[in-house]
Design a protein around this ligand. Structure first.
Ligand code: HSE
Length: 445
């Protein structure tokens, strides 16, 4: 029995005009969007208020997709498909920046609403995309661009529109979470766990965008823009990846009661001058093992939001993959199609607060500094003096013998990033310090 055979709560609501959809891309995500749209077309008709009709699927090579898509829908002429009169909504799941930018802008300028899963495009070109959508009075949806299936763009744009978001901290990259979690669980090295992630299909052949934090930085830019009603682009995000994290870092974190996660952290900061700014950063971070983000294992994602009235919220789930990403794309597609059938528009870009973006040096956090030092009288005093000269207060100091040297692990109270990095440069020049093994930041306490 199909949905059409059953009584509905909104009889007649599926009788609106058809909504024509152009699908740009038929890879991992596009093929799932296509399959789910086909399989559940009756349900979509009811949810939208009119039938969703796929008018064409633009691909790079038609021969590769024959068999999985009707021959008459396949085309290599994406621009021609976008401009067809019977296309109302364009779904972009190609990836990359320059070519999709051209297509998405053409679609918006032609008065078509756009649904995209492309975080790099949105994070780099939000201003021009939003302007084109506004000028044509159409929608631009991008829920799938951040953490795939996890609803976070919608909640920030709509559900929390009456609140004041203070901070957003997210594990928004599944590949790096898989690697760090596996290092934590097994004690293995970064290289071994990257190889495992590649073998299991989490990491791509070129894992740079994931492991160096670029993918998470695009998502951080989008989250910060939404949370703080301020335009934040990829270029504004301080970005460090996980490739320098060692088994020793993981073990040091574990023995102090922490786990290491690659976090995208977006926050409002107010400096001594009273000026409030927005900061967005991505870096490996020590998180207390009892913090909700510490329990996010394997390739899962989670976004932790703190808002003035709502308090703490956490959104958790699958942040990558064909079906989870298609779920978010289809949710957006239903929203855009409903607006076509019933009228109205999705919330557009909101940048009214227009806060300045903080330099990374202005950020305040706590630190975990791991050093090899000489094992002799007065070393601890020399090292602590460097911190105290910079006005940085020490919270804990742990020392253990390591051959003819000693390993010193210092945790600080809150300090400014600029002061801490200057301190580290001074420590590196100190006779007593043989090497600074790592400097990691701590959040979530
Ligand atoms: N490669 C990303 C991840 C998914 O590992 O989470 C797409 O942004």
């Amino acid at each position: 029995m199909t949905v059409n055979d059953q009584p509905t709560y909104n009889p007649g609501k599926g009788e609106g005009s058809p909504v024509g959809v152009a699908l740009l891309g038929h890879g991992t995500v596009g093929s799932e969007v296509f399959r789910l749209l086909r399989e559940n077309s009756d349900e979509f008709t009811h949810r939208v208020g009119g039938p969703l009709e796929i008018k064409g699927v633009a691909v790079g090579d038609v021969a590769k997709h024959r068999g999985s898509v009707d021959e008459d829908l396949l085309t290599t002429d994406a621009m021609g498909l976008i401009r067809r009169d019977d296309v109302d909504i364009v779904v972009e799941v190609i990836g990359g920046i320059d070519y999709p930018r051209e297509l998405v802008l053409a679609a918006l300028r032609a008065g078509k609403s756009v649904v995209t899963a492309n975080k790099a495009l949105v994070a780099a070109h939000s201003a021009e995309l939003a302007e084109a959508a506004d000028a044509a009075k159409v929608d631009l949806y991008f829920e799938a661009a951040v953490a795939a299936a996890i609803p976070v763009v919608g909640p920030l744009r709509r559900s929390l529109a009456g609140d004041r978001v203070e901070s957003v901290a997210g594990i928004v990259n599944g590949t790096t979470n898989f690697i760090l979690d596996a290092m934590d669980a097994t004690g293995a090295s970064y290289d071994d766990m990257l190889a495992e992630a590649t073998r299991l299909g989490y990491a791509e052949a070129d894992p740079t965008a994931d492991v160096e934090g670029h993918d998470a930085a695009s998502k951080a830019a989008i989250l910060a823009s939404l949370a703080f009603h301020t335009r934040v682009t990829y270029e504004d995000v301080h970005c460090e990846g996980i490739s320098s994290i060692t088994a020793r870092d993981i073990e040091a974190a574990r023995s102090a009661g922490y786990t290491i996660k690659l976090l995208a952290i977006c926050e409002r900061i107010t400096g001594d001058d009273g000026v409030t700014k927005v900061s967005a950063r991505v870096h490996p971070t020590l998180v207390p093992r009892d913090h909700p983000l510490a329990s996010v294992t394997k390739s899962f994602n989670a976004v932790f939001v703190e808002a003035e009235a709502a308090g703490r919220l956490m959104f958790y789930g699958n942040g990558a993959g064909g079906s989870p990403t298609a779920s978010a794309v289809l949710g957006d597609l239903v929203g855009a199609a409903r607006n076509k059938v019933h009228g109205g528009r999705a919330p557009g870009e909101s940048t009214y607060a227009n806060l300045p973006v903080a330099q990374f040096g202005e950020v305040t956090t706590r630190y975990h500094v791991d050093m090899e030092v000489e094992d002799r009288v007065g070393v601890l005093a020399d090292v602590s003096r460097v911190f105290s000269d910079a006005g940085i207060s020490l919270r804990t100091v742990r020392q253990e013998e390591s051959g003819d040297a000693a390993r010193l692990v210092v945790m600080t109270h809150s300090a400014r990033e600029a002061d801490l990095s200057e301190t580290v440069e001074t420590l590196k020049k100190l006779d007593a310090v043989k090497t600074v093994n790592s400097v990691l930041r701590l959040e979530g306490e």
